[in-house]
Unconditional design. Structure first.
Length: 95
């Protein structure tokens, strides 16, 4: 299975993850400042900035795209509970 490097800039920690891992699954465990509410792509609490590797994340679903729009999110922002790391390296930090 493909593996990726997921870095949390706010706590300066890099974790090797299997493809398909949602960012929130790791940020929760390592106590990153990326917080969450619903974990279902609805509340927008887990909004994060993708510092590097945006192209290595899954595309936003219709639901996520709607929530991003509602929160006036910049193009480099995603929901940590929805974005899956698919390949390569990704660096994120709290929004
Ligand atoms: S935790 Fe609610 S949208 Fe991610």
């Amino acid at each position: 299975m493909a593996r990726s490097q997921l870095t949390f800039a706010d706590v300066n920690l890099t974790v090797t993850v299997p493809a398909g891992t949602r960012v929130i699954e790791i940020s929760d465990r390592i106590h990153s400042g990326i917080v969450y509410g619903c974990r279902e792509g609805d509340c927008g609490t887990c909004l994060m900035k993708v510092v590097d590797g945006l192209e290595n994340l899954s595309q936003p679903s219709v639901l996520e795209a709607r929530v991003l729009k509602e929160h006036l999110a910049a193009r480099d922002m995603r929901l940590a509970c929805q974005a899956q790391v698919l390949s390569g390296d990704v660096t994120v930090r709290p929004a």
